[in-house]
Design a binder for this molecule. Structure first.
Ligand SMILES: [Zn+2]
Ligand SMILES: [Zn+2]
Length: 271
């Protein structure tokens, strides 16, 4: 049942994570599942998410590591604080619609991957028509993609082009390139849309309502670049990033270096 939808699932997960994904059937349990991993790593070196139908109307996604993943885990442990925070927020977003369980002594807020014995599972219940494409797309978006995206973030799997800072660039501009990189990071985008939805926070435009069948055109904006004001503050992807439609996003950045705030733009907005 699940095996027949392999290419659909592969497309959803690659688009959602911004990573190339390897996929194969897993017949080690009663109901056939699918194993997904980072295609640029041998499976035995990669984090692996196994998606499996359970019972009559559930899906369970389990994260484990291949037998030779020690170097990969080593690299993931060198992730910086921002990447760790984004990874944890992505996994925490899974708990909105699923039961998330970790191996011993780990919690949603503080989990850390010490070695290959790390595992987590997320189970989503009462999924109607679970092998139909609509239900599978939701399952991918709510279970598989945030978990793999969290791993991709820790691994530093970065499809976004590297920013090269020209010599002599002032600190304000350096911050702007950091902010632009965050805005374009597909995993920051994923988290912002999972938390805030597909609706522009200034004009209320909803990509799904206006263009059903067109993939989302909503963009993600970094709301409070206080670093530009010389006030260092911990960056929180769940509150600092908001969805804006392309028009409002363009409008917000017509003021530089500090963009208009969403409140300021809302005050200027007319239908
Ligand atoms: Zn808008
Ligand atoms: Zn922006």
């Amino acid at each position: 049942m699940l095996a027949a939808k392999q290419s659909f699932i592969l497309r959803e997960v690659e688009e959602g994570t911004g990573a190339a994904i390897g996929l194969e059937e897993d017949r080690s349990a009663m109901q056939t599942g699918l194993r997904l991993w980072f295609a640029d790593l041998p499976r035995s070196h990669s984090p692996i998410v196994t998606l499996r139908p359970v019972g009559l109307n559930r899906f369970r996604a389990t994260l484990t590591f291949g037998n030779f993943a020690a170097d990969t885990i080593g690299q993931m442990n060198r992730a910086d604080a921002e990447e760790v925070q984004l990874a944890r927020a992505l996994v925490a977003s899974v708990a909105h619609s699923a039961d998330v369980r970790f191996t011993a002594d780990q919690s949603l807020e503080t989990w850390r991957i010490h070695d290959g014995s790390f595992a987590l599972s997320a189970e989503k219940r009462k999924i109607a028509g679970r092998f139909e494409e609509d239900a599978l797309a939701v399952t991918c978006r709510e279970l598989v993609i945030p978990i793999l995206a969290a791993m991709a973030e820790l691994y530093g799997y970065d499809p976004v082009e590297e920013q090269v800072t020209p010599a002599g660039e002032v600190e304000g501009e350096l911050s702007i390139s950091t902010i632009r990189r965050r805005e374009r990071n597909p995993r920051n985008r994923l988290l912002a849309l999972r938390i805030h939805g597909e609706r522009c926070q200034v004009c209320g435009f909803n990509s799904e309502c206006h263009y059903p069948g067109v993939s989302s055109i909503i963009e993600v904006h970094h709301i409070q670049p206080l670093s530009l004001l010389g006030e260092p503050r911990a960056y929180d992807p769940s509150t600092d990033l908001i969805p804006l439609c392309p028009n409002c996003h363009r409008a917000v950045h017509t003021k530089r270096p500090l963009p208009w705030s969403p409140d300021e733009l809302r005050a200027m907005y007319h239908d």
